[in-house]
Design a protein around this ligand. Structure first.
Ligand SMILES: [Zn+2]
Length: 174
């Protein structure tokens, strides 16, 4: 992996994360790169689609599958040589999906302390599982500060709607 190229891809992923943030989504952006070409990209679109599984990585996987279909390529061959660049550590669900697609390498920004599947909560990426796919390698910490700043901004915005604050309000009215 060439550092300058990785920096360039991560920059694009961060721009997508920013777009997610501006649209009221968890700010995660990602790209799937094969032979120096972007075959799939995604940002979190859970709220927009009202579908809790539409994480950035899932959106990107579907785009790569579409590309393979359109270009008559074998997805297993393509995914085996694809690198995922993502602003936040993939969650448990996405890490399992990446294993099943047999993506060999994930470059990511900040840790995902709530749901991380590459070490933070569980270690799906390198777990010794007999059947589900292949383990993948992770390179963490690329532009992590910018990625975590966006997450903090998002969760700060979300807080006023949390049930806890409503309870407090009621108590104050007594
Ligand atoms: Zn995920």
């Amino acid at each position: 992996m060439e550092a300058a190229a990785a920096e360039r891809w991560m920059d694009r992923a961060l721009r997508m994360a920013k777009e997610a943030l501006e649209n009221g989504e968890v700010p995660v952006g990602c790209l799937m790169v094969y032979n120096n070409e972007i075959l799939g990209k995604g940002r979190n679109e859970v709220n927009e689609t009202k579908n809790a599984t539409r994480h950035a990585e899932m959106v990107a996987i579907d785009q790569v599958l579409d590309w393979c279909h359109q270009h008559n390529k074998d997805p297993s061959e393509v995914f085996a040589h694809t690198v995922l660049y993502v602003t936040v550590e993939p969650c448990i669900m996405c890490a399992a999906a990446l294993r099943l697609m047999k993506i060999p390498l994930v470059v990511y920004g900040c840790q995902n302390e709530r749901f991380g599947g590459c070490g933070s909560v569980l270690n799906i990426s390198s777990a010794n599982l007999t059947d589900p796919g292949e383990p993948f390698q992770c390179i963490a910490g690329y532009r992590a500060e910018e990625a975590v700043d966006m997450l903090k901004t998002f969760y700060r915005q979300e807080n006023p709607n949390a049930p806890k604050s409503k309870v407090r309000k009621k108590e104050c009215n007594k």
